[in-house]
Design a protein around this ligand. Structure first.
Ligand code: FNR
Length: 219
């Protein structure tokens, strides 16, 4: 790309991974979306219901291909430079609906996760804020080649954590979240704009074979 070429504002997909209407993770995702927009990036703010899909079933995939919700998530991932997931922690791990969505979308070829950066955040009424769930979420994402940002943000006591206008009640945490989002986007910007620095940060062996057992779906 010529030195003066400008690829435009960063495009960031942000979504909360819980389905319920009053989800604290949806609220945290909304706040992150605002912080991302404040940096000048373009936000695609999704909700988990945009990616509704049945439980993964290899027979269904073989007979019918992938569900619309999986292609919807794939399309929105393809249109972004980076994504942010705000995920609850269920039993110390990744919520089933989110893991199911990752599994379906991982069946698309080329699978869209491996070229993206991700920031993981969580909200929970507990004192650790769902942080164990984020460590679990790193596993499938890093397996798929996503560049998961090392720093994460977990909001403890999330049911008491928001002001009426959607900021965090704790100003120190609001500052830390803002700094985390800003630092994450600086890294994404460096990677997207300065292609001379491009290098392989990952190795996803699944794309290297045409063996039938690992073939992925195409629409
Ligand atoms: C939970 N919750 C929970 N919280 C937590 O901090 N650690 C945990 O391991 C679990 N496990 C868990 C399992 C199941 C099946 C449910 C339904 C809930 C509580 C959870 O954090 C709480 O319901 C959050 O409010 C969920 O996020 P949303 O819906 O507010 O975004």
């Amino acid at each position: 790309m010529p030195m003066d070429a400008h690829p435009g504002p960063l495009r960031v997909l942000v979504f909360g991974a819980a389905l319920r209407a009053e989800s604290t993770n949806a609220r945290l995702a909304s706040l992150v979306a605002r912080l991302v927009a404040d940096t000048g990036a373009t936000v695609d703010h999704a909700v988990m219901r945009d990616f509704d899909m049945p439980l993964y079933d290899g027979d269904v995939e073989a007979a019918e291909g992938l569900p619309h919700g999986a292609f919807a998530l794939r399309d929105r991932l393809e249109r972004c430079d980076a994504f942010v997931i705000s995920s609850p922690e269920y039993n110390g791990s990744v919520p089933g609906a989110l893991k199911n969505a990752l599994d379906w979308v991982s069946r698309v070829q080329p699978q869209p996760f491996k070229t993206k950066h991700a920031l993981l955040v969580s909200a929970s009424p507990s004192l650790v804020g769902g942080n164990r769930g984020l460590w679990a979420l790193r596993v499938p994402l890093e397996h798929l080649g996503t560049r998961v940002y090392p720093d994460m943000f977990s909001l403890a006591r999330a049911h008491q954590g928001f002001t009426a206008d959607g900021q965090l009640t704790d100003s120190g945490l609001q500052q830390r979240l803002t700094e985390t989002v800003t630092a994450f986007l600086s890294l994404v910007e460096a990677d997207v704009r300065y292609v001379c620095l491009e290098r392989r940060w990952y190795e996803f062996l699944g794309d290297r074979t045409e063996a039938p057992v690992t073939q992925r779906a195409e629409d």
